[in-house]
Design a protein around this ligand. Structure first.
Ligand code: TRP
Length: 335
């Protein structure tokens, strides 16, 4: 049996933060070393244009995300690591899929529906500010996935619907034109932590409550000190389960360290002390990668070279496959 293919994309519209690290980057880096599967990781820069119209930000984010993943040890010899926009066949496939995707299916996409609801709540026209990019986002994502006939798609819960839509579109295409596409499945890991941000809500760029992944030690300390706590004094027992400090601790600590910190909370550890220990723990895990990150950020040519090598491997699959798909829909030489 041929190997299972695992594929996932990272939208290049922001700066990686600790939530991205524990939720997506750390597990992906670990599985990039698995030689029992074929993994594909890509920078989804076309997706970035859906929510970000600032060229410098898209460009900067692409650099930061690539540097982060490489610095943290992504195995780019085993996994195929590439930039979506380097694979011309993806946008070509997207058109073919657009012509198979039911508009009614796209009407049900969460991201689009939420935008319509926001407009209605604000008394605006339902379509106010909604681009075709947002509307057809699931079709672009289907093209990413189906292009490489990926079996498993590691994603967060919010993306399950998109993978199901890719499956739906693939089925329709296969039914009409023959079996060309593998039906993909979302892979949601319930064991990866969902981090809280500085204010206790989910850590997210849109809430402005993140701790960026690669800060100087001084900045990291400062950010950790900004995590919201209650007014309990040293010596007063504290509830670990409602504390972002404890929750971030848990995401970086060994099981033994987690048990120990739980006891410290019960004994009334001072917030200042808990934060100091949290800084030491997080810093110890990130410090070696931070050095590599800084070096890579200063030599973007090195990153570009890695991406070009990945793109070549990706195109070795997408080019011949797309020739078949073109031919299947009737687009082929006349003789
Ligand atoms: N839309 C995904 C997100 O925002 C990123 C993404 C783009 C993706 N294309 C993909 C994920 C294909 C998995 C497969 O998280």
């Amino acid at each position: 049996m041929s190997k299972q293919r695992v594929l996932t994309g990272i939208t290049t519209s922001g700066t990686p933060h600790l939530g991205n690290y524990v939720g997506a980057i750390r597990p992906a880096v670990a599985s990039s070393k698995n030689t029992d599967v074929e993994s594909f990781y890509f920078l989804a820069d076309y997706h970035a244009l859906i929510k970000c119209n600032d060229p410098d930000q898209v460009h900067r984010s692409t650099l930061e995300i690539a540097a982060s993943w490489i610095a943290l040890g992504l195995d780019t010899d085993n996994a195929v690591f590439y930039r979506q926009s380097d694979i011309a066949q993806i946008s070509e496939l997207m058109w073919f899929l657009n012509c198979m995707a039911a508009k009614g299916l796209m009407n049900r996409a969460h991201a689009y529906k939420a935008a319509v609801q926001d407009n209605e709540a604000a008394g605006e026209d339902a379509d106010f500010g909604i681009t075709m990019g947002l509307f057809s986002y699931p079709v672009l994502m289907a093209a990413d996935i189906l292009m490489f006939n990926a079996h498993q798609i590691p994603v967060g819960r919010d993306q399950i619907q998109h993978v199901e839509m890719a499956r739906d579109i693939a089925q329709r295409f296969n039914h009409h034109y023959g079996e060309h596409f593998t039906l993909p499945q979302a892979l949601v890991d319930d064991d990866v932590p969902l981090l809280q941000g500085l204010d206790g809500r989910k850590m997210s760029k849109s809430y402005g409550n993140t701790i960026p992944l690669f800060l100087t030690e001084k900045q990291l300390k400062k950010h950790i000190n900004k995590i919201k706590t209650n007014l309990l004094e040293p010596g007063e027992p504290k509830d670990p389960d409602s504390s972002s400090v404890f929750q971030i601790w848990q995401a970086f600590a060994s099981p033994e360290q987690t048990v120990a910190m739980r006891e410290e909370f019960a004994k009334g550890i001072a917030w200042g002390e808990a934060k100091k220990q949290l800084f030491e723990l997080v810093n110890a895990e990130l410090a070696p990668a931070r050095q590599r990150y800084e070096a890579l950020m200063n030599t973007p040519a090195e990153i570009e070279e890695i991406l070009q090598a990945g793109a070549q491997r990706a195109r070795a699959i997408s080019q011949p496959f797309m020739d078949k798909v073109r031919s299947a829909v009737g687009i082929r030489p006349l003789v």
